[in-house]
Design a protein around this ligand. Structure first.
Ligand SMILES: *Cc1c(COP(=O)(O)O)cnc(C)c1O
Length: 427
């Protein structure tokens, strides 16, 4: 399957090329040119997670990597469990939590980042590659953990000093080895600006083999289709679920729509946002009218310019998905999110704020005898302070976090000055 640049469809590349270059001409996103349902979906659903995911990704990548190599990528990337848990006893038990946070960085971003790391290590065998990325917290951890100890790959993560939680910092600034972290004495936007400037510097790009591993990389997106299949495989045979997804950049929900486009039975998708509600307003009014981003409790979703949304539009316009019936979007406030955390806790389910927000949108939107699945994108302990305040009790740390809690932060500190960063990168 060829990938085309959505902004300039005449640019067509293989999966391997798209992974390396990230963005196409004119900042265009890559996306499959044709999408047809896979053959024998019932048979596919009977397979185990790794075999099934290898088949799906082989199909979506046009067998750009040899089958054995792809199988290794998938096995090494997805080496942690996906869990599907029934939530609540009312409603005939028709609500399920799809837990995607059992990987090393305790967030669903591990699926995409780890798969991308495995692909890149094989595609770039021997060539020097530097992953340069900016993070407001979660992405840095997923990227650093994914590329840790990968031969030939150096990682540099920029983050705003003092603006990530102490626990988040421990998850990516204590690794050492091929992972370097820089605390920039400014905000996240400044970090992102420094990354952009670096990519505009031909000498840096060439000498270091720069790659940003950010969430618009097609490898990250494709990897995320696999857990939607896993959810349906675990539900009673013949169930066609409604998925509710907590959305920021809209990569996760795009992956669900993509899974449906290649044959996964999905009744519809709910894209839940926080008060940064550009998309729900767009779907209601047809007007794209982003407003300044506001800070919320679900900070991984504090985005008013969701960078994957052009892919949703592509699914509608090029691939003919009937978005009107398939996709609805609701904004949930912080107050509603905290209420949802408490309601879920009373039902015996501890959810982080992002996952609770998705549950709330599902609870509001589920109709008749529909079965619903809400995606749990972060481990509750990652947002311990918020949960402890909401629930007025202590939240225990999981072993992954206990293990890093006492480690030393290895970061370098730097003002937001491109010349300094450039010097640092070239030495
Ligand atoms: C990144 C993130 C999201 C948003 O996912 P998108 O693919 O950007 O829509 C939701 N929840 C958590 C915990 C995240 O880290």
């Amino acid at each position: 399957m060829k990938l085309i640049n959505i902004a300039h469809p005449e640019q067509s590349v293989s999966f391997a090329q798209a992974v390396v270059i990230g963005l196409g001409r004119g900042q265009g996103l890559f996306f499959p040119e044709h999408l047809r349902p896979m053959a024998n979906i019932p048979g596919l659903l009977e397979k185990d997670f790794i075999s099934r995911s290898t088949e799906i990704l082989g199909y979506l990548t046009g067998n750009s990597l040899p089958k054995d190599s792809l199988h290794d990528c998938v096995r090494q990337a997805f080496d942690f469990p996906v869990k599907l848990t029934r939530v609540g006893s009312g409603d005939g038990g028709r609500v399920h939590a799809l837990e995607l946070f059992h990987g090393p960085s305790l967030a669903f971003k591990d699926f995409g980042a780890r798969f991308m790391a495995q692909c890149l290590a094989r595609i770039n065998a021997g060539r020097r590659t530097t992953i340069l990325t900016a993070t407001s917290g979660d992405t840095g951890a997923a990227v650093a953990q994914s590329f840790y100890a990968q031969a030939g790959i150096d990682v540099v993560v920029l983050y705003p000093k003092g603006k990530v939680t102490p626990l988040q910092e421990k998850l990516f600034c204590t690794l050492g080895g091929n992972i370097r972290t820089i605390a920039i004495e400014d905000d996240f936007d400044a970090c992102q600006r420094l990354v952009k400037q670096s990519f505009d510097d031909p000498r840096l790009v060439k000498e270091l083999g720069l790659n940003s591993a950010n969430s618009i990389n097609i490898a990250r997106l494709l990897a995320q289709t696999c857990y939607y299949f896993e959810a349906v495989a675990r539900l009673p045979g013949g169930t066609v679920p409604v998925f509710s997804v907590p959305c920021g950049n809209f990569g996760n929900v795009t992956a669900g729509l993509l899974a449906h486009a290649i044959g996964l039975p999905v009744k519809r998708m709910i894209a839940a946002t926080n008060r940064n509600d550009t998309v729900p307003r767009y779907l209601r009014s047809g007007k794209w009218d982003p407003r300044p981003t506001v800070a919320t409790l679900t900070n991984a979703m504090d985005i008013s310019l969701p960078n994957n949304f052009p892919r949703v539009l592509e699914l509608e316009h090029r691939h003919g998905l009937a978005m009107k019936d398939l996709l609805t979007s609701f904004a949930i406030t912080d107050t509603q999110t905290l209420d949802a955390v408490r309601t879920l806790d009373a039902m015996g389910y501890l959810a982080d704020p992002h996952s609770a927000l998705a549950w709330k949108a599902l609870d509001d939107g589920l109709e008749g005898d529909e079965t619903g699945v809400f995606l749990c994108t972060a481990h509750p302990a990652k947002f311990r302070e918020t949960l402890e305040n909401a629930l007025e009790r202590r939240i225990p740390l999981p072993v992954e976090l206990q293990a890093v809690a006492d480690k030393e932060i290895l970061s370098t500190e730097m003002p937001a000055d491109f010349e300094l960063l450039r010097k640092y990168l070239l030495t």
